[in-house]
Design a protein around this ligand. Structure first.
Ligand code: SF4
Ligand code: SF4
Length: 388
């Protein structure tokens, strides 16, 4: 029985303490044992799309992308269960084959996949329209074709903070099934945080990945998902139910569950009870009290009626914070769905157009841009904006 068909509430979440190295396969086995092992999750000869985190090309120790050793352990386990895995994701921005290949190479994933004899599949061409019958905001999505041709999707992601959603977890991970710039357009169409979370949940429910492993051995804290700092947590999580899994990630990282936008989106739909979010198997989920969260936006503290005004006056906006770090690669301008960035040759931002999606800060490979609070927010709200 696929793990995701677990209809008992609360759903089962597994957590084990783990480290990269020779003990990782055994830790992964222990992680998946409460679900009946990989043999209960995939069937022999099933073609499994392993959806990873590949936000951009960054070395494994930066915790931007799925760690190659964690992915290697999952791929070996899937193959041992008789499945036929392939690896896929769509990095942020405009993706040509050379850019995607470079991202896989820098992340240490292409070499590892070659060693394991596992194909890396490009999803950028010929997206397919998929219905989202349970969608609240979106009734269809354009998805990378290989994900639809697979018998199942298994997600293997990294535990990261997220400036917009607060956490990059199992629900958010599914976003990369949408090819490159299509993602930027969805940012434009779902500008409010609640709307973006609803869109993510619409997408996740449309594709229903069968199982998710989230790697928090080295997580990302601070200004994730692209510009944060690596933080060793020594945790691996897994579940069939993505919302339950995300609740466990919130607990581990010291986020109140209702601070995570995808979780409150799930709660609004009756898909999760955030007072009793999961049944835990494995090791205790102890809160890391000093885990640094993404900076909170003043707009989040305002009532919804003031959000439009807040966006203009107090919401953090992207800025070039380190001109020396800018390599003029154009990634920021390439991902902006509203053409709010002009390269002159350094990026200049049109605040009137900008919808504050922060996608540009995610894809910048050097940390040259960041979300910066405007003067009024700093003056009126002082240090509150930085609090999480
Ligand atoms: S400038 Fe950056 S934050 Fe603003 S809309 Fe474009 S990508 Fe999003
Ligand atoms: S700010 Fe970052 S993404 Fe934009 S051009 Fe400079 S290095 Fe590239």
């Amino acid at each position: 029985m696929p793990a995701s068909s677990d209809s008992d509430r609360p759903a089962l979440v597994s957590h084990v303490r783990a480290a990269h190295g020779p003990g990782l396969p055994a830790a992964l086995e222990r992680l998946v044992a409460p679900f009946g092992g990989w043999g209960a999750i995939v069937a022999p000869h099933e073609r499994v799309a392993v959806k990873i985190n590949l936000l951009r090309g960054a070395p494994p120790e930066r915790a931007v992308s799925t760690h190659p050793e964690t992915l290697r352990a999952v791929l070996r386990a899937l193959k041992a269960a008789g499945a036929e895995p392939f690896v896929a994701d769509s990095p942020g921005g405009l993706n040509g084959p050379a850019k995607v290949a470079r991202a896989y190479r820098i992340a240490g994933l292409s070499q590892m996949c070659a060693e394991e004899g596992v194909q890396v599949v490009d999803i950028e061409d010929q997206p397919v329209l998929v219905e989202a019958p349970q969608g609240r905001l979106f009734r269809h999505f354009r998805i990378g074709r290989p994900f639809l041709r697979a018998d199942a999707i298994v997600q293997v992601g990294v535990l990261k903070t997220h400036q917009l959603m607060r956490l990059t977890g199992a629900v958010k991970l599914t976003y990369g099934c949408i090819p490159g710039l299509e993602k930027a357009q969805l940012h434009v169409r779902a500008q409010r945080r609640d709307d973006f979370a609803d869109m993510l949940l619409d997408l996740h429910l449309a594709l229903r990945p069968r199982f998710t492993v989230i790697d928090g051995i080295i997580a990302m804290e601070g200004q994730g998902p692209g510009g944060g700092r690596p933080r060793e947590l020594g945790s691996l999580f897994a579940a069939g139910d993505a919302l339950a899994l995300d609740a466990a990630l919130a607990d581990r990282t010291g986020h109140p569950r209702r601070d995570i936008y995808t979780l409150t989106a799930g709660e609004r739909r009756g898909l999760i009870d955030l007072e009793d979010a999961y049944r835990l198997a494995g090791d205790p989920v102890e809160t890391v009290a000093d885990f640094a969260h993404a900076r909170r936006d003043i707009q989040e503290l305002l009532p919804p009626s003031l959000h439009r005004l807040g966006r203009r006056l107090v919401t953090a906006r992207p800025r070039l914070v380190d001109a020396d770090a800018c390599i003029e690669c154009g990634e920021c301008a390439g991902i902006c769905g509203v053409t709010a960035i002009a390269l002159e040759p350094l990026p200049e931002f049109d605040d009137g157009r900008c919808v504050r999606c922060y996608a540009c800060t995610e894809v910048c490979p050097t940390g040259a841009i960041d979300a910066v609070e405007p003067w009024l927010a700093r003056r009126v709200f002082g240090g509150r904006a930085g609090a999480s």
